[in-house]
Design a binder for this molecule. Structure first.
Ligand code: NI
Length: 179
């Protein structure tokens, strides 16, 4: 369909609490999902949330077999997750590097729950229910934060571990370090 503009940090539309999707399997919803995938792939992203392209809806996508921006990350199943609810399986917190297409050129270390359970719906309205850990759990928490107006720098606890991707990860392919 279309590669859409990704909003950048500072845009107030990234700070909204997104509205739940109320109608599934509609042409408008399926077109939005397609735009999200086109936009995420064009940017080589690991995930993307509808608010990042200015759509105020509780809809995120994520997943890849291999990702140039996170070359060491294991595969994450390609997923469309609507009206998600995320909870910690236990209290363990792990720190790990994150970037965001709305915060281009930067990476930071963010504490996240190590293991989560998440529940939501696919575009047809079928229930998705999974447990996840590792990078999969991190991506889901990052993307779902976009639905409550949170960007990862607001989750950081140690700002000394925040910097330019090209400096922190000089071995990333040129172009992969832009976002
Ligand atoms: Ni993001």
């Amino acid at each position: 369909m279309a590669v859409r503009e990704i909003l950048k940090m500072g845009d107030p539309r990234l700070l909204r609490i997104a509205a739940p999707v109320t109608e599934f399997d509609t042409p408008a919803l399926l077109a939005l999902v397609e735009d999200l995938f086109d936009t995420m792939r064009a940017a080589d992203g690991a995930g993307l949330a509808a608010p990042q392209i200015g759509e105020d809806l509780q809809l995120v996508i994520f997943g890849f077999d291999h990702n140039g921006r996170y070359p060491d990350a294991p595969p994450v199943p390609q997923t469309v997750l609507i009206n998600p609810v995320v909870e910690a399986v236990d209290g363990e917190i792990v720190a790990g590097w994150e970037g965001c297409l709305s915060v281009p050129g930067l990476r930071g270390v963010v504490p996240r729950f190590a293991r989560i359970r998440y529940r939501g719906f696919d575009p047809q309205g079928r229930v998705i229910e999974r447990e996840a850990d590792g990078f999969h759990a991190r991506v889901v928490q990052h993307e779902c934060d976009h639905l409550i107006g949170r960007l990862y720098p607001t989750r950081m606890t140690d700002l000394s571990r925040f910097g330019y991707t090209s400096v922190l990860f000089p071995d990333l392919e040129p172009g992969e370090a832009d976002d």
